[in-house]
Design a protein around this ligand. Structure first.
Ligand code: ADP
Ligand code: MG
Length: 376
């Protein structure tokens, strides 16, 4: 498939609908450096936006018809503004529903979607899609909503419109990221801090390893983990695990809830430490926090899988200074922090480990932190 650009999306719009789009908007995918399964516990997370983005070309219509063509799905959805579509079309149509719910008078529109964000790889193609659509429609309606409001619109679109549980990190980073920075998100109140993240200047690279697998138990397990976190907080007599100390977590009598709470509490601490290291440009020290995060997700939160564990171990053997699964787990992607120039040996090590198990080769992506959703 040809590279995704403003011109290519405009051309696709012209080819699909036979007239010119009003404009093109885009939003980035993201990778979370650390702070996994903390967002729905009012905790901290530290994502960076990717340079890979989802682009949407759009034009408003005079009627109530909604047409959406996705180059990734290679099909055109046809419906009206009152409906939420099926399958992939649920995401953009749920955004229209969510905008309308907030009071926007949304009419029909034509949309073309194209993306360089790997879809379903734990790199947040879904928020890249919802946030680019939300920003585009909002801009064409006189920018009545702020970005904070748009984040809430997109979270509701995924949670209630699509029925996909998501904690809010993805939409926040898609709408608030800045180039060359990581975003410390405090999910307690949604506040963000932009921390400079100039890896190359510090002599490092960040590699994403997309394992290409998505285990089918993932969806139910995500919901179950959320419930267990709520149950742990309730047993401790607090509102969210954000308020718990490490000592408190150890007092839980149920061993499963104790392990889940231990992950959340220690992960929030690791995230705060990682943010502090980033502020002081101590990239060299962050690797061990990645390792600790992976072990905690694997052993206490139990959301890793064989492919992620193998990718992480092989990355370390290949020369990475730290590696961890990233995203919800049960497949998707891992990240590795690598001294500059050693990414080839890390990739070789991982490829070899996958080949030895007769698994399909993973895909690699180099991270260059990109900016927030914007009109192009
Ligand atoms: P992630 O957000 O990590 O990529 P999700 O499961 O949250 O994974 O979202 C992936 C889903 O989002 C896809 O299955 C598809 O329904 C939808 N989606 C994302 N990007 C696109 C796109 N460019 N075209 C069509 N659907 C997309
Ligand atoms: Mg998603």
């Amino acid at each position: 498939m040809s590279p995704v650009s403003k011109d290519s999306v405009l051309q696709q719009f012209q080819n699909t609908y036979g007239y010119q789009a009003a404009g093109v908007w885009s939003a980035p995918g993201r990778v979370n450096l650390i702070g996994e399964h903390t967002d729905y516990n009012s905790g901290l997370c530290l994502p960076v936006a990717l340079e890979q983005r989802t682009l949407v070309a759009i034009a408003l219509r005079d009627d109530q018809t909604v047409r959406i063509h996705s180059r990734q799905s290679d099909e055109t959805y046809l419906g009206t503004v009152e409906e939420i579509g099926e399958d992939w079309a649920a995401y953009p149509t749920a955004v229209l529903w969510s905008l309308a719910r907030e009071g926007m008078t949304v009419g029909g529109l034509d949309l073309v979607v194209d993306s360089s964000v790997p879809v379903g790889a734990g790199l947040s193609s879904s928020a890249a899609l919802t946030c680019s659509v939300a920003l585009a429609v909002n801009d064409l309606h006189g920018s009545i909503f702020t970005r904070d409001q748009l984040a809430a619109v997109c979270i509701r679109a995924e949670n209630e419109g699509v029925g996909a549980p998501t904690g809010g990190m993805d939409q926040t980073v898609a709408l608030f990221a800045r180039p060359s920075t990581a975003l410390l998100v405090d999910c307690c109140d949604g506040t963000v801090e932009h921390i400079p993240f100039r890896l190359r200047e510090a002599g490092f690279e960040l590699m994403v390893i997309d394992t290409g697998v998505k285990h089918s138990l993932a969806d139910g397990q995500y919901g179950l983990r959320r419930t267990q976190c709520v149950d742990a907080a309730t047993a401790l007599g607090i509102t969210t695990l954000r308020e718990a100390t490490a000592e408190q977590a150890e007092t839980l009598s149920d061993p499963i809830l104790r392990a889940r709470a231990r992950h959340v509490v220690t992960e929030i601490n690791r995230t705060a430490l990682a943010a502090e290291l980033l502020r002081n440009k101590r990239f060299d020290k962050i690797g061990s926090l990645f390792d600790g995060s992976h072990a905690s997700l694997r052993d206490d939160f139990e959301v890793s899988c064989a492919e992620l564990d193998v990718a992480v171990t092989a990355a370390r053997l290949g020369g990475a200074v730290g590696a961890r699964m990233t995203g919800g787990g049960f497949g998707g992607s891992a990240i590795a922090l690598i001294p500059a120039g050693e990414s080839t040996s890390v990739a070789e090590s991982i490829r070899g480990a996958f080949a030895a198990r007769a698994w399909p080769p993973p895909h690699f992506l180099n991270v260059d932190p990109g900016g927030a959703a914007a009109r192009l």
